[in-house]
Design a protein around this ligand. Structure first.
Ligand SMILES: Cc1cc2nc3c(=O)[nH]c(=O)nc-3n(C[C@H](O)[C@H](O)[C@H](O)COP(=O)(O)OP(=O)(O)OC[C@H]3O[C@@H](n4cnc5c(N)ncnc54)[C@H](O)[C@@H]3O)c2cc1C
Length: 272
């Protein structure tokens, strides 16, 4: 770790961190990006750990999607994340690609950011100056843009573990290889009503994950069709899609409403 941090400080923007390489090597092969130096962090044992306390799941920076999909600690602490990870990309990408690399690359058509933002997850960054922690929603600042400083690397992702009765849903839609729409919803439902406001985040539609303003839904009756329609409308208003190969902006906004309603249905039907 000390070597990685000091190399990062020494080379700054002349070096890229090399984890699974699924994005990095592809970009270099295509000539889209070029770095004189690569800092290979895969051999750092302490970054390959998953650990949970009662309140927190900590995922080291070189843990792959495939490891998360199968990790017994994740399966117990956060099964929604294990299920999400099992449906990222394909087995070849999951076997090499890491969750930290997924966040650091900040390709908008990604699965994990929506759920991580909905759960209030943080990235832990380390540099020669020390460490700092940022919410995933603060870390991803744009398309392929993050708040990562030139001397920093991600060492872990920390996810606060919700109370046992919190329900989670993650649904996605894709026409190409990667998701063109991802909806994560996290809520407590008791006696048919939300307890507090649900957390609903739309990923893959805009350049960054969008949290839907949901304060008005605290205590809303979840089975009332007006709740579902109002939540869908709030989500459609929260996104600003553009026309591209995955569809027109109007089509995507329409799908956001459809998938938010599906996520709500899944929350209602699902166990905590
Ligand atoms: C064919 C294909 C299909 C895909 N489909 C999906 C999909 O359906 N859903 C989805 O969510 N994703 C998908 N992905 C993206 C995949 O999840 C990422 O490629 C993978 O997680 C990146 O991790 P990596 O370890 O390979 O990163 P690398 O390629 O090693 O690095 C990617 C970037 O992150 C930086 N980086 C890596 N680790 C760190 C760190 N610890 N600290 C700081 N910077 C770091 C690198 O310098 C580089 O800029 C797909 C990718 C491919 C190639």
């Amino acid at each position: 770790m000390a070597d990685a941090v000091s190399l990062r400080q020494r080379y700054g923007e002349d070096a890229a961190i090399y984890a699974g390489g699924t994005e990095l090597l592809l970009a270099m092969k295509l000539g889209i990006a070029r770095w004189p130096h690569l800092i290979d962090i895969k051999p750092i044992d302490q970054l390959r750990r998953v650990a949970a306390t009662k309140d927190l799941l900590r995922i080291g920076a070189t843990v792959t999607h495939w490891e998360l999909e199968r990790d017994p600690v994740v399966a117990k602490a956060l099964p929604a994340l294990a299920r999400l990870e099992a449906n990222v990309a394909n087995i070849r990408v999951r076997a090499a690609g890491t969750l930290a690399g997924n966040l650091a690359f900040a390709e908008p058509h990604a699965d994990p950011p929506a759920l991580l933002v909905a759960l209030g997850a943080r990235v832990v960054l380390e540099s020669a100056a020390g460490s700092r922690t940022l919410l995933v929603g603060e870390f991803i600042t744009g398309m392929y843009q993050t708040a990562l400083g030139p001397g920093e690397l991600i060492v872990a992702i920390e996810i606060p573990l919700p109370a046992r009765d919190v329900r989670m849903a993650y649904v996605k839609f894709k026409v190409l290889e990667r998701p063109s729409l991802a909806v994560a919803a996290v809520a407590t439902i008791r006696d048919g009503r939300f307890v507090g406001a649900p957390s609903v985040v739309i990923g893959a539609v805009d350049e960054v994950p969008r949290a839907v303003p949901t304060a008005d839904f605290a205590s809303a009756d979840v089975r009332d069709p007006r709740t579902a329609e109002a939540l869908a409308e709030a989500a459609r208003a929260a996104v600003d899609p553009s026309d591209d190969l995955a569809g027109s902006a109007d089509y995507k906004r329409h799908l956001v409403g459809v998938f938010v309603q599906r996520a709500l249905g899944s929350l209602i039907a699902g166990a905590a």
